[in-house]
Design a protein around this ligand. Structure first.
Ligand SMILES: Cc1cc2nc3c(=O)[nH]c(=O)nc-3n(C[C@H](O)[C@H](O)[C@H](O)COP(=O)(O)OP(=O)(O)OC[C@H]3O[C@@H](n4cnc5c(N)ncnc54)[C@H](O)[C@@H]3O)c2cc1C
Ligand code: SF4
Length: 511
């Protein structure tokens, strides 16, 4: 028995990986069981495999011995590594996902029986607020509020602070940051990183070995190395950050990226760290030319929302993944996979995902989660769908975002369910409602936008639960004034039945 192995997971490809310190070699594993565990988006497979293989190559160029194994499953790879290298210690940063974390912890005894010490490293560059620190912040609070957490993060990390006060005298520019699509200026195109020979070989492999993967393998444009990721961040800061704030809630059928950073996929596998992203925005603001509302809006996403989501996940798992507050059980409709629906906003969103494995936050929230609630989709099934099709999806970020915004957790993450009718979608978007088969201004009738009937029907169906929430009071007053509720409910029921029947017919799903 000799030496220490650094075990490096595919979501922890840090430039400065703590497990490397004091290690004699590295173990990295591509598990066929994991790769074939669901119908992943082709670009997600390409991204993860290419980033891992580039990372291994870079470690070797630094003179580090890398045992890179492609195995039927993780356990087989681990035991083969042990047989060949006989490590006396294996060390790793703990996985970010609950199930993988528990499996690793359970391995401690098993490896001890083989004479191997398993060492977990607490220092994790992927987050600025560890699980433990978040739990300490949350202790004793009846309701976790993002705004409070975010201010606490600003103060302790020192971003955009002037002593104990926020720069500019305000914490929050949300009211300025909700410009609709009517004023949307053209955005510079998102960079395209031409795949190198290694990525090209992965693209061919995914085409061959995953014929049923979701979405298009190409055009594949994303960074797969640290150098590319840093250049990608720099392009965002210089070309798009200035307008990020004002139009962060706007949607356009012509440009899925607009002024968003498209950094989540990189942050979630360690090609960038949140500190790099937030530091870059702070530096750009201090250098002049970036409005405070944009710098603040972006830093809020990175040190606020992203860390809050991770903290909520770890605070409430594993029970969190079981919540279904509204008792919704409908399957995900077939058009979530095919994009074949006359609802233009959803059809375009699915097509964008097919092409880029990405949409920005607002289609995820205002279109998909909103539709999920209104159409009574089962939170488990909707979470599964998100996991498959988005390039940045992992259990830690998916559970609180999907279940939390659905309010399936009964209000642990968000203060009210996210529901909206067509009027708001129309205001915030360009190229959806104006070219749709449906009429965003109608509530009933064959051409009436489904979001409208479904919205009022949702409020009516769940009025009893919703009255407990004071933030819903005004909306529920509107419901009481509706005199066309019966017609609305009949239409909503017919729509939901049609989607469920279609899904059951296509997938043999009898839920
Ligand atoms: C239903 C739903 C599902 C989502 N699923 C994911 C997911 O699987 N993976 C994921 O990383 N994000 C997810 N998000 C959060 C957010 O939508 C994405 O992080 C963001 O759209 C990624 O695009 P971007 O990098 O251009 O983000 P930008 O708009 O440029 O924001 C900057 C960064 O802030 C972080 N961020 C902002 N909001 C959140 C949030 N709510 N949760 C976590 N990070 C946040 C991301 O790292 C993002 O890269 C989800 C949101 C919703 C409503
Ligand atoms: S009219 Fe309704 S379905 Fe059509 S794009 Fe607008 S919100 Fe979507």
């Amino acid at each position: 028995m000799s030496g220490t192995t650094a075990l490096i997971f595919g979501t922890q490809l840090y430039a400065d990986q703590p497990a490397l310190h004091g290690a004699d070699r590295v173990l990295m594993v591509e598990s066929a069981a994991r790769l074939h565990s669901r119908r992943w988006h082709a670009q997600k497979l390409i991204f993860v495999l290419s980033a891992m293989r580039h990372y291994a190559q870079q470690l070797r160029e630094r003179g580090i011995l890398v045992d890179y194994r492609r195995a039927p499953n993780f356990e087989t790879a681990l035991q083969a590594h042990i047989a060949e290298h006989q490590p006396e210690c294996i060390q790793c940063v703990l996985p970010h996902e609950y199930a993988a974390d528990r499996i690793m912890r359970r391995r401690t005894e098993q490896l001890a029986a083989q004479g191997i010490a398993l060492r977990f490293i607490n220092d994790d560059p992927a987050f600025l607020c560890s699980r433990e620190v978040f739990a300490a912040w949350a202790r004793g609070k009846r309701q976790l509020v993002l705004e409070n957490f975010y201010r606490w993060q600003r103060q302790r990390l020192g971003y955009l602070m002037d002593g104990a006060q926020p720069v500019g005298g305000r914490w929050n520019f949300d009211t300025e940051n909700r410009q609709g699509a009517a004023t949307l200026p053209p955005a510079p195109p998102l960079p395209f990183i031409a795949p190198d020979a290694l990525t090209q070989s992965v693209i061919e492999e995914v085409r061959r070995d995953f014929p049923h993967a979701f979405g298009a393998p190409e055009p594949f444009r994303y960074p797969v190395t640290h150098t590319q990721a840093e250049a990608w961040l720099e392009r965002f800061i210089t070309e798009r950050l200035a307008n990020f704030g004002a139009w962060e809630d706007a949607m356009s059928a012509d440009d899925p990226f607009l002024f968003h950073s498209v950094l989540s996929l990189l942050l979630n596998v360690g090609l960038l760290t949140p500190r790099q992203a937030a530091d870059a925005a702070q530096r750009a603001f201090e250098g002049g030319g970036i409005p405070l509302q944009s710098a603040e809006g972006f830093i809020r996403q990175i040190i606020g929302w992203r860390e809050f989501i991770y903290g909520v996940y770890w605070l409430y798992m594993p029970a969190y993944a079981q919540h279904n507050y509204f008792e919704h059980h409908n399957p995900v409709p077939d058009f979530f996979w095919s994009g074949e629906t006359p609802m233009r906003c959803l059809a375009e969103t699915v097509r964008t995902i097919q092409r880029h494995a990405y949409t920005h936050h607002i289609p995820r929230l205002m279109l998909l989660v909103n539709f999920g609630n209104l159409a009574a989709l089962d939170p488990d099934k909707l979470t599964d769908w998100f996991m498959s099709v988005y390039i940045d999806a992992y259990d830690w970020v998916m559970q609180p975002n999907v279940r939390g915004f659905l309010y399936a957790d009964g209000g642990k993450m968000a203060t009210k369910p996210y529901v909206a009718s067509a009027a708001y979608i129309k205001k915030m978007s360009r190229g959806y409602c104006d070219q749709c088969y449906y009429d965003a201004d109608q509530r009933v009738g064959e051409r009436a936008c489904p979001f409208n009937a479904l919205y009022w029907d949702f409020l009516a169906r769940h009025a009893q639960k919703l009255t407990k929430n004071h933030r819903m009071a005004l909306i529920l007053k509107g419901l009481a004034r509706r005199d066309d509720l019966l017609a609305i409910q009949a239409r909503a029921e017919a729509l939901r039945r049609a989607w469920s029947a279609q899904s059951a017919a296509d997938f043999g799903d009898d839920a």
